[in-house]
Write a protein that binds this ligand. Structure first.
Ligand SMILES: Cc1cc2nc3c(=O)[nH]c(=O)nc-3n(C[C@H](O)[C@H](O)[C@H](O)COP(=O)(O)OP(=O)(O)OC[C@H]3O[C@@H](n4cnc5c(N)ncnc54)[C@H](O)[C@@H]3O)c2cc1C
Length: 473
C-alpha cells in the first residue's frame, strides 16, 4: 500500500529526527524511515555513550585522588559491567524520549531500510521510497512531496586495517567492550581518538596514540594542540605524531603488533587492542542514489545552502553531506531544510559560528577561526590569553590546567575566534558563540560581568587580556 507525505526523512539520527519534529511543528505530514534505532549514531554509538563512559572514567580518576580533597576512600576499584549498565540506562532513557517525541508530533515511523526509487507509477519524479520492513512484512511504499536524506555515516578504516570487532576495533565496537584491555594503540589523534585516549587512560589502560599529522587534534588552534599534548603526556599517554601506520605489518598474536614510519624511522608498537579512529564514511550506498541525479563529491552528497541536492525536492543533511560532522550541526541543517521546504525563507547556517567540542580531560572547545587561519586571511591579530591557574573556581575544583585564548582583529576589534582548553569549557563555549553571532568585540565580553567565583571569569579576563588589561594575569 502507498502512503502520501509532505516530507519523508530517510534516517532517524540527530539530523533526521530533529528535522521531523520541526516539520510536524510546521504542519507538514511527516514520516521517518529508520533501519536501526531512532537517535542514530549520536545516541547509540557516538556522543551519548562516549560521554557516559568519559564521565565514569572521570569519577574513577577523581575518586582515586580523593585524598587531594581530604576525602579518604581506601582502595578504589572499577566495576566495568556497571559502567556499561549505566551507559545503557542513559541511552534507553533518551531513546524513549525520542520515541515519545515522534508520537507527540504524530510522525509516522517506519522501521526498515529505505531506498529511493526513480520515476515510477507512483510519481513522475525520483523520490518514492520503498521500505524493506525490519519485521519482514511486505515492503511499504511512501510517496513524498519532499525527501530528506539523513542516513549519517559509519567508521572509516585504513586499507589493510580491517575491523574484526575484537582486537581491531572502531569506536562502534570499543563502546561495547565488556572489559577493559591492559593496553591499547589508538590510530588517529583527532577528536574521537583523543576522547578515547583520555577516557581509557583515566580508566587505567596504558594508551598510545599514533597520529599522521604533525600534531594531535590538528584542526584546533596550534597552542591548544600543544597544551593538550602536554597534559595528556602528563597523564601518562604516549603520543607519536608524524606517524604513518604501515597496515601491512599488522599481526594479531596475543594482541596486536604494528609498525609505523615516524619521520623516516620504522617503529614497532604492541598493544592488547587497536582502535582505529581515522574519520567517518558517508552512508550513501544502497539508498537508491543511482535512481536520481544527486551528485557525490569525495564520498559526500552535494547540496546548496538550503541542503537541496541536484533533485531540488530531495534534500540531504548531517554527516552524509560531510563538513562539520557534529550532532548539533546535523540538527540545525535538518531544521533549515524543513523550513525551506515549508517556504519559511530560513537563514543559511554560517559554519564559522558553530562551536566544536572535545570531551576529554581536559576538555577543548572552540568557535571561529584559529590564530594561524586569521593570519592567513590577512588579519593583523591581537591575542588575549588567560590561564585557569589564576581562576579561584578552577583551584576549588582541583582542575586548574588550561587556558582561554581570544583572537581579535587589531584594527577593527572584531572577534575572530575563541579557543579554550580546561575544565568544563564545553559548557562555556556558547558565550563565545553568542558573542560571534552578535558581532561583539572583546571589550563587550569583558563588560559582561562574569560572576565570582566561576570558571567563566577566564573568558572575561581573556577578553581584557586582548587589550593588555587582564586584572589577575
Ligand atoms: C564515538 C563518537 C562520538 C561522537 N561524539 C560527538 C559529540 O560529542 N558531539 C557531537 O556533536 N557529535 C559527536 N559525534 C558525531 C555525531 O554522532 C554525528 O555527527 C551525528 O550523529 C550525525 O547525525 P546524522 O543524523 O547525520 O546521522 P546519524 O546519527 O548517523 O543517523 C543516521 C541514521 O540513518 C539510519 N539509516 C542509514 N541508512 C538508512 C536507510 N537506508 N534506511 C533507513 N535508515 C537508515 C541509521 O541507522 C542512523 O540511525 C560522535 C560520533 C562518534 C562516532
Amino acid at each position: 500500500m502507498a502512503h502520501e507525505y509532505d516530507v519523508v526523512i530517510l534516517g532517524g539520527g540527530t539530523g533526521g529526527y530533529v528535522a521531523a519534529i520541526r516539520a510536524a511543528q510546521l504542519g507538514l505530514k511527516t514520516a521517518i524511515v529508520e533501519k536501526g534505532k531512532l537517535g542514530g549514531t549520536c545516541l547509540h554509538k557516538g556522543c551519548i555513550p562516549s560521554k557516559a563512559l568519559l564521565r565514569s572514567a572521570e569519577v574513577y580518576a577523581t575518586t582515586k585522588r580523593g585524598e587531594d580533597f581530604g576525602v579518604v576512600t581506601g582502595d578504589v576499584s572499577l566495576d566495568f559491567t556497571k559502567v556499561q549498565k549505566r551507559k545503557h540506562q542513559i541511552i534507553n532513557q533518551l531513546h524513549k524520549g525520542v520515541q515519545h517525541l515522534m508520537k507527540q508530533g504524530k510522525i509516522d515511523v517506519y522501521e526498515g531500510i529505505g531506498r529511493i526509487l526513480g520515476p515510477s507509477i507512483f510519481s513522475p519524479m525520483p523520490g518514492t521510497i520503498s521500505v524493506e520492513m525490519n519485521s519482514g512484512a511486505e515492503n511499504e511504499m511512501l510517496i513524498p512531496k519532499n525527501v530528506i536524506i539523513a542516513t549519517g555515516s559509519q567508521p572509516r578504516t585504513l586499507p589493510g586495517l580491517e575491523i574484526d570487532g575484537n582486537v581491531v576495533m572502531s569506536s562502534d565496537e570499543a563502546l561495547e567492550m565488556e572489559s577493559l584491555p591492559d593496553s591499547i594503540l589508538i590510530v588517529g589523534g583527532g577528536v574521537i581518538g583523543i576522547e578515547w585516549a583520555s577516557m581509557l587512560s583515566d580508566f587505567g589502560v596504558e594508551v598510545t596514540v599514533v597520529e599522521y599529522a604533525d600534531r594531535i587534534i590538528p584542526t584546533e588552534d596550534q597552542e591548544i594542540s600543544k597544551e593538550m599534548q602536554r597534559l595528556l603526556k602528563k597523564k601518562g599517554i604516549k603520543m607519536v605524531t608524524g606517524a604513518k601506520v604501515l597496515s601491512e605489518t599488522l599481526t594479531k598474536d596475543n594482541g596486536v603488533t604494528i609498525s609505523a614510519e615516524v619521520k623516516g624511522v620504522v617503529k614497532e608498537f604492541k598493544a592488547e587492542k587497536l582502535l582505529v579512529s581515522v574519520g567517518r564514511l558517508a552512508n550513501t550506498e544502497g539508498i537508491g542514489l543511482e535512481n536520481t541525479e544527486i551528485q557525490i563529491d569525495k564520498g559526500f552528497i552535494v547540496t546548496n545552502e538550503f541542503y537541496q541536492t541536484k533533485e531540488s525536492h530531495i534534500y540531504a543533511i548531517g554527516d552524509v553531506i560531510g563538513g562539520l560532522q557534529l550532532a548539533h550541526v546535523a540538527s540545525h541543517e535538518g531544521i533549515t531544510a524543513v523550513e525551506h521546504i515549508a517556504g519559511k525563507n530560513p537563514t543559511p547556517l554560517d559554519y564559522h559560528l558553530v562551536s566544536r567540542c572535545i570531551y576529554s580531560r581536559p576538555e577543548v572547545a572552540s568557535v571561529g577561526i584559529t590564530e594561524t587561519e586569521a593570519i592567513e586571511k590577512g588579519h593583523k591579530v591581537k591575542v588575549g590569553k588567560f590561564s585557569f591557574r589564576a581562576i579561584g573556581k578552577a583551584l576549588v575544583l582541583g582542575e586548574s590546567d588550561g587556558f582561554v585564548k581570544m583572537i581579535a582583529d587589531e584594527e577593527t576589534n572584531d572577534l575572530l575566534g575563541v579557543h579554550m582548553i580546561g575544565p568544563h569549557v564545553t559548557d562555556m563555549i556558547s558565550e563565545a558563540g553568542l558573542a560571534l553571532v552578535l558581532d561583539a568585540v572583546p571589550w563587550e565580553i569583558a563588560n559582561t560581568i562574569h560572576p565570582h567565583p566561576t570558571l567563566s571569569e577566564a573568558i572575561g579576563e581573556a577578553a581584557l587580556a586582548v587589550d593588555g588589561k587582564a586584572i589577575h594575569g
